[in-house]
Design a protein around this ligand. Structure first.
Ligand SMILES: [Zn+2]
Length: 320
């Protein structure tokens, strides 16, 4: 649901202001002569167009395409619960000054529709073009599963959408965005190949991904794994006894050796599954947020590598 009309309408505004800023910088540089060669670039850097994303994962992916030409930020902070997030007045003030907003779509950001309705800023939906999977269980059954970014195959579409949005926003740097997008797409393809290579050695009962949130549907589809989860999206987080029993039955029936939960929610419900089955608790997976820069997954590529390492080690390691 890209909104090209609003994108086109809003684009000239920043171009005009950027042109004015550049003219001002040029004038300052001329007046300053050769005495302060360092000041002009610093001034220019702070005036880069601002691109806001709804969460940290999208910010990192977009940053890889933007390089040093745009200022990419995330509305939600590291570790935030993104499904049920409530934007603050500061978020809205910040977003109103952005030149472009990138969101995931697929109903991920339940808060986002109202948020952008209050803003006169163009936005682009990054999941456009992927093959959507519907949620199959609980109250959300039939709605699209929002976690498309968990498959590097899908993220190649995200990158193409980001590239096109950046070129429309800033056509002068078309080549820069195209080159960056191609390089990052090559990394995504290598990431997917490594993932499949690693999983290829798993036995049949080990090819099952049991998690708190149904965040791995796309990854499981694209990597040939079975999938079972307690709840569909983390906005709920209150496991019903029926949901727990259903997961316990799946683990027993398929003799799944290990189960997992995600970094942004409590693993208590999954520990009940561990107690009820004897499966190992395989570890914490990252889905809805990256870590801080000094944490285990400061980038998207590291997040997928981390998750696949944790999954492989726990599933191939057998019972505790
Ligand atoms: Zn989620």
């Amino acid at each position: 649901m890209t909104n090209p009309q609003r994108l086109r309408a809003a684009t000239p505004r920043w171009r005009r202001s950027l042109a004015a800023t550049l003219a001002a910088i040029a004038l300052t540089a001329t007046l300053a002569g050769c005495d302060s060669p360092g000041t002009a670039p610093a001034q220019g850097a702070s005036d880069r167009p601002v691109v806001l994303t709804t969460f940290t994962v999208l910010a990192d992916i977009a940053q890889n395409v933007a390089g040093d030409k745009l200022e990419v930020q995330s509305i939600t902070k590291v570790g935030a619960e993104i499904h049920g997030y409530e934007p603050t007045p500061q978020d809205i003030a910040k977003a109103s000054k952005a030149q472009l907003i990138l969101d995931n779509g697929l109903n991920l950001e339940a808060w986002f529709g109202k948020f952008v309705a209050e803003l006169d800023v163009p936005h682009v939906v990054l999941s456009d073009g992927i093959e959507v999977m519907d949620i199959t269980e609980d109250a959300n059954a039939g709605k699209p599963n929002p976690h498309a970014w968990m498959s590097p195959v899908n993220v190649q579409h995200y990158v193409a959408n980001i590239r096109d949005a950046f070129i429309e926003l800033d056509p002068e740097n078309r080549e820069h965005y195209t080159t960056n997008a191609s390089a990052y797409t090559a990394e995504l393809k290598a990431l997917q190949e490594n993932l499949l290579d690693g999983l290829a050695g798993l036995k049949e009962n080990e090819r099952a991904l049991v998690t708190c949130e149904g965040a791995f549907s796309y990854l499981a589809r694209d990597a040939g794994l079975k999938e079972k989860y307690i709840w569909a999206v983390n906005a709920e987080q209150q496991a019903t006894p029926r949901q727990i029993v259903s997961v316990i039955e799946f683990v027993k029936e398929n003799q799944v050796p290990a189960v997992f939960c995600e970094s942004t929610v409590s693993d208590a419900p999954m520990q009940q599954v561990v107690q009820g089955t004897g499966a190992a608790y395989g570890g914490t997976l990252f889905v809805d947020s990256l870590s801080e820069a000094d944490g285990p997954v400061p980038t998207y590529l590291q997040m997928i590598r981390h998750d696949s390492d944790v999954i492989l080690e726990a599933l191939a390691g057998g019972t505790k």
